[in-house]
Design a protein around this ligand. Sequence first.
Ligand SMILES: *Cc1c(COP(=O)(O)O)cnc(C)c1O
Length: 353
Amino acid sequence: MQKHNFSAGPSILPKSVFEKASQAILDYNSKGLSLLEMSHRSDDFVQIMHNAQSLVKELLGLNENQKVLFLSGGASTAFYILALNLLKTKAAYVNTGTWSTKAIKEAKRIGHVDTLASSEDQGFNYIPEFEYVENCDYLHTTSNNTIYGTQYQNFKSYKSIHVCDMSSDIFSRTFNAQDFGLIYAGAQKNMGPAGTTLYIVNQEILGKTQRNLPSMLDLELQIQKNSMFNTPPVFPIYVSMLTLEWITSLGGVQQIEKINNQKSDLLYNEIDRNALLVGYAQKESRSKMNVTFNLTDKQLSEAFLEMCSSAGIVGIKGHRSVGGFRASIYNAMPIESVQVLVDVMQDFEKQYG
Ligand SMILES: *Cc1c(COP(=O)(O)O)cnc(C)c1O
């Protein structure tokens, strides 16, 4: 039976990417070698790294100062790395959920953190307003809150001191990437398999702390070595490159955004219409990547899950910290699969409404 994978991460990738990635494991480019056994210094891999970086630059419209890195360690290591590289006296954070909270915790190991605003008072179901205060080394936000299903609808320009965790919505919508000092994203939500983390660093923000950094955590050194100070996560970078090629072939981020808008409209319209469903996130803060909702009657949870699973729907359960349901509809999720979920919601209402 065809599955419809709504998992939050690791998550769905385009089928064509899975096929090409499989082939590369068996025989890369008809070389008679698997990509998994090839040197990361080989021309083939150097080309893969170059392509992946160029695709990021083109898709997001970066300037020459913005360098693209593919490192390991996940976004969770980035929380620490970014503070180590940027925090001299004081940093400003906005707390919009679990991931922001963790980012704040790691930064506090390095220096002083001001939390400008938090939505914890209402279970992180909205994006709070905040006033940016001058004289901070940087401002940190989390663009999309994977667990609660909230998302900044747009960004103000904070010059290049804006640092943003875009793990779960990078390449899903257009935005002015040149406004950011540092963007980072774990691959496994919207770009590739777990194992690599994308960093987009404006070089001008580096080199200000005078800290003696460990080599692997030093972004200036990683830029100098073009992400190859040590062996990079070769396969996750390759698969990410394939996904970036797929986005480009569809017409880029602008095109993907149109489809993403249709998908999220379809789902939210049903949640708002269906008497048995209620959205978790406040309307003005809703995420177009992670759609969170509850049943008005929690006792029907098992019945709803059962209907989902009969339709081939997987990964729909909410995060263990908030409960309820979450449909992650990343770039690779076809609108047909979203329609399958909407059909189940309507059947559910017919049966139990
Ligand atoms: C999943 C996620 C993380 C954590 O990513 P890891 O790569 O597992 O460390 C951080 N931030 C956001 C917004 C996420 O969705």
